[in-house]
Ligand binder design. Structure first.
Ligand code: GLN
Length: 543
């Protein structure tokens, strides 16, 4: 059985199309179906890897090392199907492939056009995901952008063709819109009517509407929307503001029978729903008793999406150990101008933090502030979690303040530093192309006994994802070790350092990989849970 659901959006962006598509995926998985999620991004970049986090939010990395849109992170948190390079389709990739085929002469002299060549390439990729595994039941295809955008038209046209060719029993359209509340007036349905008209003009009649609204809509309003849009009454679903967590959205949809409506439309037998993991998660959400303030010291602080998976992973960890995590977002540049880090992080300021997390990042801006944050956490015995760049910062701080190599740095920031404690891998030195050339994707690491990492993971072999060019320099390994820094994980061949820990400290861990990509609300990542536990109870754990 291969059924396709195309999820599009209208009225405006940032309505939560990714969360809606993922929540539908979670519900269908709850009905025992094998669901695959696909994102179509209308931008011309081949992937998100070369985009600034300010432009596009975080880059989500898959096991096979694809640098993808952050919506794949939503899919990973809500659903359990495999995600790889194939699940992220961009206009850039499509044109790249079509132009390459044209240069190879594979179109046999024909004129290459958006329809059919670009649309065929899009359809081919979506169908390829369906065929990847004979057990795939439902493919949910989220189309980025908003109906009416020039860039999304080829993707919507591909969806139209697939719905037409396969019949509505095999392919349906779910359209997400906004019901705004105009001050002093009631909720307005007109933007939704216009948005559906825009879809109809492209030849797609939505089967289901998901209406974002501040509150649940009354029956009369839902009927009015249904009547103006040719959608059945029951298929007008309201995604009202939940004021709890986005992870309640699957349950909001379930109450309105979204999964049953979808399955009925596609002629699929409705099996028993098991959403116990989601209900348990909500129980844990309500049961959190301890509060902990975690300072995130990074450089892309204004945009929440820039560190999305990290924020989500902290929240999941809080669910796992009964802690309500409050995020204190600190631009590391603030530490550079403050006379004392305590003014920003500690009791000298207005928002003292219980733990510090330094996330990933690129470029030299704000690095000294991060080094100061690490020094403050180390000397004040405050739990510290360094992720990728945050681990490199931990090594730089140790070299500068414990080994007294004041000029120690990463060669990313000071090319000719006399103490390059973080430096480029040999195979990165001659790399000129920026896209897709870092150390990327899943790889194995071995954990050393009697370390915080060993305690957190409960085992010695782990698989985590990477996205970086620079590494701990092996030439300083012995001096680092003899000065007391703990190296707690290596690559299996022992050539690369994967994590470091502070001695005589409640919890100071830096990892070269990105554990945040593997955390789920229903299964928090053990390393984040260990950190949040340490933040809530900063006594050194018995190893
Ligand atoms: N800029 C660092 C590197 O390339 C860290 C990357 C990261 O934090 N993802 O190695």
């Amino acid at each position: 059985m291969n059924k396709f659901i195309f999820v599009s959006g209208g009225v405006c962006s940032s309505l939560g199309k990714g969360v809606s598509a993922s929540s539908l995926g979670a519900l269908l998985e709850g009905r025992g179906l094998n669901v695959r999620m696909v994102k179509c991004d209308p931008y011309i970049n081949v992937d998100a890897g070369t985009m600034s986090p300010y432009q596009h939010g975080e880059v989500y990395v898959t096991d096979d090392g694809a640098e993808t849109d952050l919506d794949l992170g939503n899919y990973a948190r809500f659903t359990s199907g495999p995600l790889s390079r194939a699940n992220s389709i961009t206009t850039g990739q499509i044109y790249d492939a079509v132009i390459r085929k044209e240069r190879e002469g594979r179109y046999l002299g024909r004129t290459i056009q958006v329809i059919p060549h670009i649309t065929d390439e899009i359809k081919g990729r979506i169908l390829a995901i369906a065929k990847e595994d004979p057990d795939n039941d439902v493919i949910i295809v989220e189309i980025g952008g908003t109906v009416g955008d020039i860039e999304s038209i080829p993707f919507l046209e591909a969806a139209r063709q697939m719905i037409h060719e396969m019949g509505r029993h095999n392919a349906i359209s779910v359209h997400l819109t906004l019901i705004p509340e105009v001050a002093g007036a009631e909720l307005k349905t007109k933007p939704t009517q216009h948005s559906v008209k825009a879809m109809q003009e492209l030849g797609i009649q939505p089967d289901i509407l998901i209406c974002r609204s501040p509150v649940m809509l009354d029956e009369a309003t839902r009927r009015k929307i249904a009547q103006f849009t040719n959608v059945e009454n029951e298929a007008v679903i309201v995604s009202y503001d939940v004021n709890t967590t986005i992870y309640q959205v699957p349950l909001v949809f379930y109450e309105q029978r979204l999964d049953q409506i979808v399955l009925k439309k596609m002629g699929v037998e409705v099996r028993h729903a098991d959403l116990s993991a989601w209900y348990t998660m909500m129980d844990k959400f309500k049961a959190r008793k301890i509060k902990a303030r975690i300072g995130i010291v990074g450089k892309y602080m204004e945009l929440h999406d820039a560190y999305k998976s990290i924020y989500e992973a902290l929240f999941h960890a809080g669910l796992a150990c009964g802690v309500e995590t409050e995020l204190v977002k600190i631009d590391s540049a603030r530490l550079e101008t403050a006379s004392d880090p305590d003014e920003v992080l500690g009791s000298g300021g207005s928002a003292p933090v219980d733990g510090v997390l330094v996330p990933g990042g690129f470029g030299d801006r704000g690095i000294d502030g991060m080094v100061q944050a690490a020094a403050w956490a180390r000397t004040h015995k405050i739990p510290y979690f360094g992720i990728c760049l945050g681990m490199q910062v931990m090594v730089i701080e140790w070299a500068r303040n414990v080994l007294h190599w004041h000029d120690a740095d990463s060669t990313e920031f000071t090319h000719d530093t006399p103490h390059p404690v973080i430096s480029l891998l040999e195979d990165q030195i001659d790399v000129l192309m920026m896209g897709g050339t870092m150390r990327l994707g899943n790889s194995e690491s071995r954990i050393c006994e009697e370390t915080l990492l060993r305690k957190a993971y409960g085992g010695t072999v782990i698989h985590e994802r990477h996205r970086h060019r620079y590494e701990f320099s092996n030439k300083y390994r012995s001096e680092m070790l003899s000065s007391g820094l703990i190296i707690s994980a290596f690559t299996p061949d022992n050539t690369l350092v994967e994590s470091v820990e502070w001695p005589e400290h409640p919890w100071g861990v830096g990892v070269q990989f990105h554990p945040e990509f593997k955390s789920k609300p229903t299964a928090a990542h053990p390393l984040f849970t260990a950190f949040v536990q340490a933040v809530a109870n900063p006594l050194p754990p018995a190893l």
